[in-house]
Write a protein that binds this ligand. Structure first.
Ligand code: ARG
Length: 507
Protein backbone atom coordinates (compact mmCIF):
# COMPACT_ATOMS: atom_id res chain seq x y z
CA UNK A 1 0.00 0.00 0.00
CA UNK A 2 2.87 2.31 0.87
CA UNK A 3 4.46 1.71 -2.53
CA UNK A 4 1.11 2.41 -4.15
CA UNK A 5 0.81 5.69 -2.30
CA UNK A 6 4.36 6.60 -3.22
CA UNK A 7 3.62 5.89 -6.88
CA UNK A 8 0.48 7.97 -6.88
CA UNK A 9 2.27 10.84 -5.15
CA UNK A 10 5.01 10.58 -7.78
CA UNK A 11 2.41 10.46 -10.57
CA UNK A 12 0.77 13.49 -9.14
CA UNK A 13 3.92 15.57 -8.89
CA UNK A 14 4.96 14.64 -12.45
CA UNK A 15 1.50 15.56 -13.62
CA UNK A 16 1.60 18.90 -11.84
CA UNK A 17 4.92 19.60 -13.60
CA UNK A 18 3.37 18.70 -16.99
CA UNK A 19 0.38 20.86 -16.27
CA UNK A 20 2.66 23.84 -15.73
CA UNK A 21 4.59 23.48 -19.02
CA UNK A 22 3.85 25.82 -21.95
CA UNK A 23 3.08 22.77 -24.10
CA UNK A 24 0.35 21.75 -21.75
CA UNK A 25 -0.99 25.26 -21.63
CA UNK A 26 -1.21 25.13 -25.40
CA UNK A 27 -2.96 21.78 -25.25
CA UNK A 28 -5.55 23.43 -23.04
CA UNK A 29 -7.09 24.85 -26.18
CA UNK A 30 -7.83 21.39 -27.48
CA UNK A 31 -9.87 18.70 -25.90
CA UNK A 32 -6.90 16.61 -24.76
CA UNK A 33 -7.10 18.68 -21.57
CA UNK A 34 -10.21 16.75 -20.56
CA UNK A 35 -8.22 13.52 -20.60
CA UNK A 36 -5.36 15.06 -18.61
CA UNK A 37 -7.74 16.54 -16.12
CA UNK A 38 -9.44 13.19 -15.52
CA UNK A 39 -6.13 11.41 -14.90
CA UNK A 40 -5.07 14.23 -12.65
CA UNK A 41 -8.26 14.02 -10.62
CA UNK A 42 -8.01 10.22 -10.39
CA UNK A 43 -4.43 10.34 -9.10
CA UNK A 44 -5.33 13.17 -6.81
CA UNK A 45 -8.10 11.15 -5.17
CA UNK A 46 -5.88 8.14 -4.78
CA UNK A 47 -3.36 10.06 -2.69
CA UNK A 48 -3.16 9.84 1.05
CA UNK A 49 -5.40 11.87 3.34
CA UNK A 50 -4.19 15.18 4.76
CA UNK A 51 -4.35 13.56 8.19
CA UNK A 52 -3.06 10.21 6.94
CA UNK A 53 0.39 10.18 8.59
CA UNK A 54 -0.34 7.55 11.21
CA UNK A 55 -2.64 5.39 9.11
CA UNK A 56 -1.53 2.20 7.45
CA UNK A 57 -4.81 1.36 5.68
CA UNK A 58 -7.00 3.27 3.28
CA UNK A 59 -10.34 4.47 4.67
CA UNK A 60 -13.18 2.13 3.79
CA UNK A 61 -15.26 3.60 0.96
CA UNK A 62 -18.51 3.48 2.89
CA UNK A 63 -16.84 4.96 5.96
CA UNK A 64 -15.49 7.74 3.79
CA UNK A 65 -18.92 8.53 2.37
CA UNK A 66 -20.48 8.28 5.79
CA UNK A 67 -18.12 10.76 7.41
CA UNK A 68 -18.08 13.19 4.53
CA UNK A 69 -20.03 16.42 5.01
CA UNK A 70 -18.91 18.24 1.87
CA UNK A 71 -22.37 18.16 0.27
CA UNK A 72 -23.65 20.27 3.15
CA UNK A 73 -20.72 22.33 4.38
CA UNK A 74 -19.52 23.45 0.96
CA UNK A 75 -21.96 26.31 1.58
CA UNK A 76 -19.39 27.68 4.00
CA UNK A 77 -16.65 28.07 1.38
CA UNK A 78 -16.47 31.88 1.39
CA UNK A 79 -16.38 32.09 5.18
CA UNK A 80 -13.73 29.38 5.30
CA UNK A 81 -11.57 31.30 2.85
CA UNK A 82 -12.09 34.59 4.71
CA UNK A 83 -11.07 32.86 7.92
CA UNK A 84 -7.94 31.40 6.34
CA UNK A 85 -6.90 34.74 4.88
CA UNK A 86 -7.27 36.46 8.26
CA UNK A 87 -5.39 33.58 9.87
CA UNK A 88 -2.36 33.68 7.57
CA UNK A 89 -2.18 37.47 7.69
CA UNK A 90 -1.95 37.16 11.45
CA UNK A 91 0.60 34.32 11.23
CA UNK A 92 2.80 36.48 9.04
CA UNK A 93 2.41 39.54 11.27
CA UNK A 94 3.44 37.35 14.19
CA UNK A 95 6.38 35.99 12.16
CA UNK A 96 5.08 32.43 12.40
CA UNK A 97 5.14 32.22 8.58
CA UNK A 98 7.05 34.37 6.11
CA UNK A 99 5.38 37.26 4.23
CA UNK A 100 6.09 35.47 0.96
CA UNK A 101 4.31 32.29 2.14
CA UNK A 102 1.45 34.45 3.32
CA UNK A 103 1.14 36.11 -0.09
CA UNK A 104 1.28 32.78 -1.91
CA UNK A 105 -1.43 31.37 0.34
CA UNK A 106 -3.69 34.38 -0.15
CA UNK A 107 -3.27 34.29 -3.94
CA UNK A 108 -4.04 30.55 -3.87
CA UNK A 109 -7.10 31.01 -1.67
CA UNK A 110 -8.44 33.76 -3.91
CA UNK A 111 -8.02 31.48 -6.93
CA UNK A 112 -9.95 28.77 -5.12
CA UNK A 113 -12.71 31.26 -4.30
CA UNK A 114 -12.98 32.16 -7.99
CA UNK A 115 -13.01 28.50 -8.98
CA UNK A 116 -15.81 27.69 -6.56
CA UNK A 117 -17.84 30.71 -7.57
CA UNK A 118 -17.51 29.91 -11.26
CA UNK A 119 -18.36 26.25 -10.65
CA UNK A 120 -14.90 25.08 -11.61
CA UNK A 121 -13.94 23.52 -8.31
CA UNK A 122 -14.24 19.80 -7.86
CA UNK A 123 -15.46 18.95 -4.39
CA UNK A 124 -14.36 15.56 -3.21
CA UNK A 125 -15.98 13.27 -0.66
CA UNK A 126 -12.60 11.77 0.04
CA UNK A 127 -11.51 15.09 1.48
CA UNK A 128 -14.35 14.98 3.97
CA UNK A 129 -15.33 18.59 4.35
CA UNK A 130 -14.96 22.11 3.01
CA UNK A 131 -11.92 22.83 5.17
CA UNK A 132 -9.89 19.97 3.80
CA UNK A 133 -11.14 20.40 0.25
CA UNK A 134 -9.86 23.95 0.27
CA UNK A 135 -6.61 23.14 2.08
CA UNK A 136 -5.86 20.27 -0.27
CA UNK A 137 -6.54 22.34 -3.33
CA UNK A 138 -4.31 25.09 -1.91
CA UNK A 139 -1.45 22.64 -1.41
CA UNK A 140 -1.88 21.38 -4.96
CA UNK A 141 -1.81 24.91 -6.26
CA UNK A 142 1.08 26.45 -4.34
CA UNK A 143 2.96 23.52 -2.87
CA UNK A 144 4.86 23.81 0.42
CA UNK A 145 3.49 27.22 1.42
CA UNK A 146 -0.01 25.71 1.30
CA UNK A 147 1.01 23.18 3.90
CA UNK A 148 1.51 26.03 6.37
CA UNK A 149 -2.03 27.40 6.32
CA UNK A 150 -3.13 25.04 9.07
CA UNK A 151 -0.38 26.14 11.48
CA UNK A 152 -1.83 27.07 14.88
CA UNK A 153 -5.31 26.15 13.79
CA UNK A 154 -7.56 23.09 13.89
CA UNK A 155 -10.70 22.26 12.01
CA UNK A 156 -12.40 22.48 15.40
CA UNK A 157 -11.89 26.24 15.76
CA UNK A 158 -12.09 26.68 11.99
CA UNK A 159 -15.58 25.22 11.63
CA UNK A 160 -16.88 27.14 14.66
CA UNK A 161 -15.55 30.37 13.10
CA UNK A 162 -17.10 29.55 9.71
CA UNK A 163 -20.50 28.84 11.23
CA UNK A 164 -20.49 32.04 13.26
CA UNK A 165 -19.59 34.05 10.16
CA UNK A 166 -22.34 32.26 8.23
CA UNK A 167 -24.93 33.06 10.90
CA UNK A 168 -23.93 36.72 11.09
CA UNK A 169 -24.29 37.04 7.34
CA UNK A 170 -27.52 35.08 6.94
CA UNK A 171 -29.27 36.46 10.02
CA UNK A 172 -28.83 39.97 8.63
CA UNK A 173 -30.59 38.89 5.44
CA UNK A 174 -33.41 37.44 7.49
CA UNK A 175 -33.64 40.64 9.50
CA UNK A 176 -33.83 42.72 6.34
CA UNK A 177 -36.59 40.51 4.98
CA UNK A 178 -38.53 40.91 8.22
CA UNK A 179 -38.19 44.67 7.91
CA UNK A 180 -39.59 44.45 4.38
CA UNK A 181 -42.49 42.42 5.74
CA UNK A 182 -43.11 45.06 8.41
CA UNK A 183 -43.28 47.64 5.64
CA UNK A 184 -45.97 45.62 3.88
CA UNK A 185 -47.91 45.44 7.16
CA UNK A 186 -47.72 49.23 7.53
CA UNK A 187 -48.83 49.72 3.94
CA UNK A 188 -51.86 47.43 4.39
CA UNK A 189 -52.70 49.05 7.73
CA UNK A 190 -52.66 52.55 6.28
CA UNK A 191 -54.68 51.51 3.25
CA UNK A 192 -57.36 49.89 5.40
CA UNK A 193 -57.30 52.33 8.30
CA UNK A 194 -61.10 52.60 8.39
CA UNK A 195 -61.91 48.91 8.11
CA UNK A 196 -63.48 47.53 11.28
CA UNK A 197 -63.56 43.81 11.92
CA UNK A 198 -64.43 41.73 14.95
CA UNK A 199 -61.56 40.34 16.92
CA UNK A 200 -61.97 36.93 18.45
CA UNK A 201 -61.23 35.26 21.72
CA UNK A 202 -61.79 31.49 21.83
CA UNK A 203 -62.59 31.94 18.12
CA UNK A 204 -65.86 33.58 19.23
CA UNK A 205 -66.73 37.13 18.17
CA UNK A 206 -65.53 39.45 20.92
CA UNK A 207 -65.34 43.20 20.18
CA UNK A 208 -64.97 45.48 17.17
CA UNK A 209 -61.42 46.51 16.33
CA UNK A 210 -59.60 48.18 13.47
CA UNK A 211 -58.29 45.64 10.96
CA UNK A 212 -55.10 47.74 11.02
CA UNK A 213 -54.74 47.23 14.75
CA UNK A 214 -54.95 43.51 14.13
CA UNK A 215 -52.30 43.62 11.40
CA UNK A 216 -50.05 45.77 13.55
CA UNK A 217 -50.11 43.12 16.26
CA UNK A 218 -47.96 41.13 13.83
CA UNK A 219 -45.70 44.14 13.32
CA UNK A 220 -44.95 43.90 17.05
CA UNK A 221 -44.22 40.18 16.81
CA UNK A 222 -41.77 40.66 13.97
CA UNK A 223 -40.18 43.56 15.87
CA UNK A 224 -39.45 41.10 18.70
CA UNK A 225 -38.06 38.65 16.16
CA UNK A 226 -35.70 41.32 14.90
CA UNK A 227 -34.56 41.92 18.47
CA UNK A 228 -34.01 38.18 18.86
CA UNK A 229 -31.83 38.20 15.73
CA UNK A 230 -29.84 41.15 17.10
CA UNK A 231 -29.43 39.36 20.44
CA UNK A 232 -28.30 36.18 18.74
CA UNK A 233 -25.67 38.06 16.75
CA UNK A 234 -24.57 40.06 19.77
CA UNK A 235 -24.05 36.93 21.85
CA UNK A 236 -22.15 34.99 19.20
CA UNK A 237 -19.93 37.89 18.26
CA UNK A 238 -16.70 36.35 19.58
CA UNK A 239 -14.12 34.70 17.39
CA UNK A 240 -13.20 31.08 18.21
CA UNK A 241 -10.27 31.13 15.75
CA UNK A 242 -7.01 30.27 17.46
CA UNK A 243 -8.61 28.02 20.08
CA UNK A 244 -7.16 25.29 17.83
CA UNK A 245 -8.19 21.76 18.76
CA UNK A 246 -9.46 23.07 22.09
CA UNK A 247 -6.47 23.85 24.29
CA UNK A 248 -4.99 26.85 22.48
CA UNK A 249 -1.52 26.83 20.94
CA UNK A 250 2.13 27.34 21.80
CA UNK A 251 2.57 29.50 18.69
CA UNK A 252 2.73 33.20 19.36
CA UNK A 253 -0.59 34.01 17.70
CA UNK A 254 -2.68 37.18 18.00
CA UNK A 255 -6.31 36.17 18.36
CA UNK A 256 -7.42 39.78 18.78
CA UNK A 257 -6.06 40.50 15.34
CA UNK A 258 -7.96 37.69 13.58
CA UNK A 259 -11.07 38.49 15.58
CA UNK A 260 -11.00 42.11 14.44
CA UNK A 261 -10.15 41.19 10.85
CA UNK A 262 -13.17 38.90 10.68
CA UNK A 263 -15.49 41.53 12.11
CA UNK A 264 -15.97 39.92 15.52
CA UNK A 265 -16.14 42.07 18.64
CA UNK A 266 -13.51 40.06 20.50
CA UNK A 267 -12.00 36.57 20.70
CA UNK A 268 -13.69 33.88 22.81
CA UNK A 269 -12.26 33.56 26.31
CA UNK A 270 -12.00 29.81 26.81
CA UNK A 271 -10.48 27.54 24.19
CA UNK A 272 -12.45 24.47 25.28
CA UNK A 273 -15.76 26.31 25.19
CA UNK A 274 -14.78 27.80 21.83
CA UNK A 275 -14.74 24.43 20.09
CA UNK A 276 -17.59 22.82 22.05
CA UNK A 277 -20.08 25.67 22.00
CA UNK A 278 -22.99 25.53 19.59
CA UNK A 279 -25.37 27.69 21.63
CA UNK A 280 -25.38 30.13 18.75
CA UNK A 281 -26.70 27.41 16.43
CA UNK A 282 -29.50 26.65 18.89
CA UNK A 283 -30.19 30.39 19.39
CA UNK A 284 -30.42 30.89 15.64
CA UNK A 285 -32.77 27.97 15.08
CA UNK A 286 -34.89 29.03 18.05
CA UNK A 287 -35.12 32.53 16.55
CA UNK A 288 -36.16 30.99 13.22
CA UNK A 289 -38.71 28.81 15.03
CA UNK A 290 -40.38 31.83 16.63
CA UNK A 291 -40.42 33.67 13.32
CA UNK A 292 -42.04 30.64 11.71
CA UNK A 293 -44.55 30.37 14.55
CA UNK A 294 -45.52 34.02 14.06
CA UNK A 295 -45.85 33.53 10.32
CA UNK A 296 -47.85 30.38 10.87
CA UNK A 297 -50.33 32.15 13.15
CA UNK A 298 -50.65 34.99 10.66
CA UNK A 299 -51.24 32.41 7.91
CA UNK A 300 -53.91 30.69 9.99
CA UNK A 301 -55.80 33.99 10.43
CA UNK A 302 -55.59 34.78 6.74
CA UNK A 303 -56.70 31.27 5.79
CA UNK A 304 -59.74 31.63 8.07
CA UNK A 305 -60.48 35.14 6.84
CA UNK A 306 -60.27 33.91 3.26
CA UNK A 307 -62.88 31.17 3.83
CA UNK A 308 -66.50 31.62 2.69
CA UNK A 309 -67.51 31.44 6.36
CA UNK A 310 -65.51 34.55 7.30
CA UNK A 311 -65.15 36.15 3.88
CA UNK A 312 -63.12 39.05 5.32
CA UNK A 313 -60.43 39.04 2.65
CA UNK A 314 -59.63 37.94 -0.85
CA UNK A 315 -56.13 36.68 -1.56
CA UNK A 316 -54.71 37.68 -4.95
CA UNK A 317 -55.03 35.05 -7.68
CA UNK A 318 -51.26 34.95 -8.08
CA UNK A 319 -50.97 33.55 -4.58
CA UNK A 320 -53.70 30.93 -4.65
CA UNK A 321 -53.91 27.63 -6.49
CA UNK A 322 -56.71 25.57 -7.99
CA UNK A 323 -57.97 22.08 -7.30
CA UNK A 324 -57.42 19.28 -9.81
CA UNK A 325 -61.01 18.12 -9.41
CA UNK A 326 -63.15 20.96 -8.01
CA UNK A 327 -63.19 23.72 -10.59
CA UNK A 328 -64.56 26.35 -8.20
CA UNK A 329 -61.67 26.07 -5.74
CA UNK A 330 -59.08 28.76 -5.03
CA UNK A 331 -56.89 27.51 -2.25
CA UNK A 332 -54.52 29.48 -0.01
CA UNK A 333 -51.77 26.86 -0.50
CA UNK A 334 -48.86 29.21 0.10
CA UNK A 335 -50.17 30.13 3.51
CA UNK A 336 -50.86 26.49 4.29
CA UNK A 337 -47.35 25.52 3.21
CA UNK A 338 -45.79 28.16 5.44
CA UNK A 339 -47.87 26.79 8.32
CA UNK A 340 -46.65 23.31 7.40
CA UNK A 341 -43.00 24.33 7.06
CA UNK A 342 -43.06 25.75 10.57
CA UNK A 343 -42.96 22.14 11.77
CA UNK A 344 -39.74 21.52 9.82
CA UNK A 345 -38.02 24.35 11.65
CA UNK A 346 -39.30 23.09 15.01
CA UNK A 347 -37.78 19.74 13.97
CA UNK A 348 -34.47 21.50 13.36
CA UNK A 349 -34.60 22.98 16.84
CA UNK A 350 -35.23 19.61 18.46
CA UNK A 351 -32.45 18.18 16.32
CA UNK A 352 -29.75 20.59 17.56
CA UNK A 353 -30.91 20.52 21.17
CA UNK A 354 -30.84 16.73 21.17
CA UNK A 355 -27.46 16.67 19.44
CA UNK A 356 -25.96 18.81 22.17
CA UNK A 357 -27.56 17.42 25.29
CA UNK A 358 -25.31 14.44 25.92
CA UNK A 359 -22.05 15.64 24.39
CA UNK A 360 -18.95 15.52 26.55
CA UNK A 361 -16.63 18.49 26.12
CA UNK A 362 -15.07 19.35 23.83
CA UNK A 363 -15.37 18.77 20.07
CA UNK A 364 -17.14 15.58 18.99
CA UNK A 365 -17.96 14.62 15.44
CA UNK A 366 -21.66 14.73 16.33
CA UNK A 367 -21.26 18.49 15.95
CA UNK A 368 -20.85 18.07 12.21
CA UNK A 369 -24.60 17.39 12.17
CA UNK A 370 -25.30 20.94 13.34
CA UNK A 371 -25.22 22.30 9.82
CA UNK A 372 -28.18 20.42 8.37
CA UNK A 373 -30.71 21.88 10.85
CA UNK A 374 -29.00 25.28 10.84
CA UNK A 375 -29.01 25.70 7.07
CA UNK A 376 -32.48 24.24 6.78
CA UNK A 377 -33.93 26.57 9.44
CA UNK A 378 -32.47 29.68 7.81
CA UNK A 379 -33.39 28.62 4.29
CA UNK A 380 -36.96 27.80 5.24
CA UNK A 381 -37.42 31.00 7.25
CA UNK A 382 -35.95 33.19 4.52
CA UNK A 383 -38.15 31.55 1.87
CA UNK A 384 -41.26 31.82 4.00
CA UNK A 385 -40.79 35.44 5.07
CA UNK A 386 -40.22 36.46 1.45
CA UNK A 387 -43.20 34.65 -0.05
CA UNK A 388 -45.44 35.64 2.85
CA UNK A 389 -44.69 39.35 2.28
CA UNK A 390 -45.80 39.02 -1.33
CA UNK A 391 -48.86 37.07 -0.33
CA UNK A 392 -49.86 39.63 2.29
CA UNK A 393 -49.37 42.41 -0.20
CA UNK A 394 -51.96 40.73 -2.44
CA UNK A 395 -54.80 40.62 0.09
CA UNK A 396 -57.84 42.81 -0.20
CA UNK A 397 -60.45 43.39 2.54
CA UNK A 398 -64.07 42.58 1.57
CA UNK A 399 -65.29 45.70 3.37
CA UNK A 400 -68.94 45.51 2.21
CA UNK A 401 -69.34 41.96 3.40
CA UNK A 402 -67.60 42.68 6.73
CA UNK A 403 -69.89 45.64 7.48
CA UNK A 404 -72.98 43.53 6.83
CA UNK A 405 -71.92 40.98 9.41
CA UNK A 406 -70.80 43.35 12.16
CA UNK A 407 -74.16 43.22 13.95
CA UNK A 408 -73.68 39.52 14.64
CA UNK A 409 -72.23 38.41 17.96
CA UNK A 410 -73.24 41.34 20.21
CA UNK A 411 -69.82 42.93 19.67
CA UNK A 412 -70.69 46.03 21.73
CA UNK A 413 -71.97 44.17 24.81
CA UNK A 414 -68.85 45.16 26.77
CA UNK A 415 -69.45 48.80 25.80
CA UNK A 416 -72.96 48.52 27.25
CA UNK A 417 -71.63 47.05 30.50
CA UNK A 418 -68.96 49.78 30.63
CA UNK A 419 -71.73 52.41 30.14
CA UNK A 420 -73.59 51.05 33.16
CA UNK A 421 -70.41 50.91 35.23
CA UNK A 422 -69.59 54.51 34.30
CA UNK A 423 -73.06 55.36 35.66
CA UNK A 424 -72.26 53.93 39.08
CA UNK A 425 -73.48 50.37 38.57
CA UNK A 426 -70.75 48.11 40.00
CA UNK A 427 -69.06 46.38 37.05
CA UNK A 428 -69.99 42.83 38.13
CA UNK A 429 -73.68 43.89 38.31
CA UNK A 430 -73.36 45.77 35.01
CA UNK A 431 -71.97 42.60 33.45
CA UNK A 432 -74.97 40.62 34.72
CA UNK A 433 -77.53 43.15 33.46
CA UNK A 434 -75.86 43.21 30.05
CA UNK A 435 -75.92 39.40 29.98
CA UNK A 436 -79.70 39.56 30.54
CA UNK A 437 -80.07 42.07 27.70
CA UNK A 438 -78.06 39.81 25.35
CA UNK A 439 -80.28 36.83 26.29
CA UNK A 440 -83.35 38.99 25.59
CA UNK A 441 -81.96 39.90 22.16
CA UNK A 442 -81.26 36.25 21.37
CA UNK A 443 -84.75 35.18 22.35
CA UNK A 444 -86.32 37.98 20.33
CA UNK A 445 -84.01 37.84 17.35
CA UNK A 446 -82.68 41.36 17.89
CA UNK A 447 -79.31 42.91 18.15
CA UNK A 448 -78.08 45.47 20.68
CA UNK A 449 -78.22 48.53 18.45
CA UNK A 450 -81.80 47.75 17.31
CA UNK A 451 -83.21 47.82 20.88
CA UNK A 452 -85.37 50.79 21.83
CA UNK A 453 -84.63 52.93 24.86
CA UNK A 454 -87.78 51.55 26.49
CA UNK A 455 -86.66 47.97 26.04
CA UNK A 456 -83.24 48.81 27.49
CA UNK A 457 -84.67 50.66 30.47
CA UNK A 458 -86.60 47.53 31.47
CA UNK A 459 -83.22 46.13 32.51
CA UNK A 460 -81.78 49.25 34.20
CA UNK A 461 -83.14 52.69 34.85
CA UNK A 462 -79.68 54.28 34.63
CA UNK A 463 -79.80 53.81 30.87
CA UNK A 464 -80.53 57.11 29.14
CA UNK A 465 -80.78 58.24 25.54
CA UNK A 466 -77.01 58.72 25.28
CA UNK A 467 -76.61 54.91 25.35
CA UNK A 468 -76.87 54.89 21.56
CA UNK A 469 -73.59 56.79 21.42
CA UNK A 470 -71.97 53.70 22.87
CA UNK A 471 -73.57 50.91 20.90
CA UNK A 472 -72.35 51.57 17.38
CA UNK A 473 -69.22 49.73 16.31
CA UNK A 474 -67.53 52.96 15.18
CA UNK A 475 -68.11 54.53 18.62
CA UNK A 476 -66.93 51.39 20.32
CA UNK A 477 -63.67 51.48 18.37
CA UNK A 478 -63.05 55.19 18.78
CA UNK A 479 -63.63 54.95 22.54
CA UNK A 480 -60.71 52.50 23.04
CA UNK A 481 -58.22 55.29 23.64
CA UNK A 482 -56.26 53.53 26.41
CA UNK A 483 -52.56 53.16 25.58
CA UNK A 484 -52.21 50.37 23.01
CA UNK A 485 -55.96 50.25 22.36
CA UNK A 486 -57.70 50.05 19.00
CA UNK A 487 -58.99 53.66 18.64
CA UNK A 488 -58.25 55.12 15.23
CA UNK A 489 -56.25 57.97 16.79
CA UNK A 490 -54.07 55.48 18.69
CA UNK A 491 -53.52 53.32 15.66
CA UNK A 492 -52.63 56.29 13.47
CA UNK A 493 -50.10 57.44 16.07
CA UNK A 494 -48.65 53.97 16.25
CA UNK A 495 -48.25 53.87 12.48
CA UNK A 496 -46.25 57.10 12.70
CA UNK A 497 -44.05 55.57 15.43
CA UNK A 498 -43.57 52.33 13.52
CA UNK A 499 -42.56 54.25 10.43
CA UNK A 500 -39.96 56.13 12.47
CA UNK A 501 -38.70 52.81 13.83
CA UNK A 502 -38.37 51.49 10.29
CA UNK A 503 -36.58 54.56 9.02
CA UNK A 504 -34.02 54.11 11.80
CA UNK A 505 -33.44 50.43 11.05
CA UNK A 506 -30.32 49.76 9.01
CA UNK A 507 -32.07 48.29 6.01
N1 ARG B 1 -16.43 18.71 9.29
C1 ARG B 1 -16.20 18.90 10.69
C2 ARG B 1 -17.43 19.54 11.33
O1 ARG B 1 -18.22 20.07 10.63
C3 ARG B 1 -15.03 19.80 10.90
C4 ARG B 1 -14.34 19.56 12.18
C5 ARG B 1 -13.71 18.24 12.16
N2 ARG B 1 -12.88 18.05 13.28
C6 ARG B 1 -12.35 16.84 13.60
N3 ARG B 1 -11.62 16.80 14.63
N4 ARG B 1 -12.63 15.78 12.89
O2 ARG B 1 -17.62 19.52 12.52
Amino acid sequence: MKIFNLLTQLGLSILIKIVKTPLFLHLKKIKIIICFKSIYILLFFMTKKIWGGRFTQETDNDAENFTSSIKIDKNLYNFDILGSIAHVEMLSKQKVISPSDKSKIIVGLKKILKEIESDNFIFSHELEDIHMNIENSLINKIGTAGKKVHTARSRNDQVATDIKLFIKDTAINLKNDLIKLQKVIIKKSEKNINVIIPFYTHLQRAQPILASHYLLAFFEMFARDIERIDDTIKRLDESPLGACAGSGTSFNIDRFHTSKKLGFKKPTRNSIDSVSDRDYVADSIYTCSIIMMHLSRFCEDLILWNSAEFNFIKIGDSFTTGSSIMPQKKNPDILELIRGKCSLVYGNLISILTNLKGLPLSYNRDLQEDKVPLFSAFETSLDCVRIFSKNLNSIHFNTNHIIKTMDKGFLTATDLADYLAKNNVPFRKAHHITGNIVAYCENNNKNLSSLTLKELQKFSNVIKNDIFNFLSIEKSVSSKKSYGGTSTSNVKNMIIRYKKMLSKSKN
